[in-house]
Design a protein around this ligand. Structure first.
Ligand SMILES: CC1=C(CCC(=O)O)c2cc3nc(cc4[nH]c(cc5[nH]c(cc1n2)c(C)c5CCC(=O)O)c(CCC(=O)O)c4C)C(CCC(=O)O)=C3C
Ligand SMILES: [Fe+2]
Length: 360
């Protein structure tokens, strides 16, 4: 018997979006930073990262690959639902996709967001944009956001294997003693303080994933590698404190301490988008090279079949919840599986309160 996805009649992949050609770069950055107070110099610098890659972010192609993999996964499991895609900041925009779903007669949608952790930027901002999209479309379907999945085995297990593979990429004589630098996007300290229902969830969730990966790597290699949670892609005003240490400063520090080598594990990101290919593969790798510190980078989850099928698991789990059935929620590490609907004060907007979907 095929699994039952009712009451859902569609899945929506929700992502950030990125430019695809040089003319897109400035309008994309304007979309992202509207009203955000990002200094001009920072924007010019980030624009250069995109121009350095021909004006094309890798993120949309990664989402296209993910869509194809997800459609195959669902079809293979006998889940017969259409899968749509919409972005917050670039074409295909969420509003256009919601309009298409309405035209196709879709009524209730399970939304999978390409962002695994709690925080305003990684959770509530998506919920606000989902609200805006449904608000703009007559007869819009009901959109439910699938729960956060940082501790879903389908997200954590690929990170463990990727860390083992990246250790194997290091020269043999430094492999056993190498440090693990778990990397995520920096956010303002105040945004971390407000994240999750009780605050501090962003850093706490990352630390939990880090501890789980370190332990599982130990089970495989017999070594508990020294490790740290570090941050990349800081923006905003220099006067505003953001989460630290920056990955580049951390590499300098490791070098000073006489570390043998380092693996960067980008647990904050689900695919190799610009923060990964520029901030880690280009900038942080150049820092490591300058220091003479052997370094490698672990793969992101990308289209790992375990990650793709995690979407199906989350969809079927939530469908059962909505039908009033008891569910077993997959989760690994020290934290329980996340809630389905965010609490009222969860991850507040740092500027002004805005309506958001998928709340309690
Ligand atoms: C937590 C977090 C994630 C991870 C969760 C998730 O995945 O959503 C994330 C993802 C991403 N961020 C991205 C791009 C950008 N983020 C910016 C700015 C900002 N990000 C922030 C946070 C996050 N961002 C914050 C607090 C700001 C400051 C402005 C504000 O308060 O909003 C800026 C403006 C320039 C700059 O300041 O860097 C850009 C261009 C892309 C696309 C990459 C590509 O094109 O491949 C992706 C996936
Ligand atoms: Fe960002």
């Amino acid at each position: 018997m095929s699994p039952d996805p009712s009451p859902y009649d569609a899945v929506l992949l929700v992502s950030f979006g990125g430019p695809e050609k040089p003319e897109d770069v400035v309008p994309f950055l304007e979309n992202v930073t509207r009203g955000r107070g990002i200094p001009r110099e920072r924007l010019e610098e980030v624009g250069q990262h995109y121009f350095g890659f021909g004006g094309r972010s890798p993120i949309n192609d990664q989402n296209r690959a993910f869509l194809a993999a997800l459609r195959d996964d669902l079809a293979g499991a006998g889940v017969d639902l259409p899968v749509y895609w919409g972005n917050r900041n670039w074409d295909p925009y969420l509003t256009d996709t919601v309009r298409q779903m309405a035209a196709d007669g879709v009524t209730r949608v399970a939304c999978f967001v390409t962002s695994a952790y709690s925080s305003y930027s990684s959770c509530r901002q998506y919920r606000e944009d989902l609200f805006d999209a449904t608000d703009a479309v007559d007869g819009a379907p009901v959109l439910d956001k699938l729960r956060l999945y940082f501790n879903h085995p389908g997200f954590v297990e690929p990170a463990v294997d990727a860390t083992l593979a990246a250790l194997a990429d290091l020269p043999e004589d430094v492999r056993d003693t190498a440090h693990l630098a778990f990397v995520t996007h920096s956010i303002p300290n105040t945004m971390n303080d407000g994240s999750g229902p009780e605050g501090g969830a962003y850093a706490e969730q990352h630390r939990s994933v880090m501890a789980e990966v370190v332990e599982r790597v130990r089970e495989e290699t017999g070594r508990r590698h020294p490790h740290e949670l570090v941050f990349c892609s800081r923006s905003g005003s220099p006067q505003t404190p953001w989460l630290e240490p920056d990955v580049n400063d951390h590499l300098e520090q490791l070098h000073e301490q006489g570390a043998s080598g380092v693996v960067m594990v980008p647990i904050g990101f689900v695919s190799d988008h610009m923060e990964v290919v520029y901030d880690l593969d280009t900038e942080a790798m150049a820092t490591a090279e300058k220091l003479g510190l052997p370094a490698s980078r672990a793969a992101t989850a990308g289209i790992d079949p375990r990650f793709v099928s995690a979407v199906r698991d989350l969809l079927l789990e939530r469908a059962a919840v909505e039908r009033g059935e008891a569910v077993d929620r997959a989760a690994v590490g020290s934290l329980p599986a996340c809630w389905d609907r965010c609490a009222v004060g969860c991850c507040p907007n740092p500027r002004a309160e805005r309506p958001a979907l998928a709340g309690a």
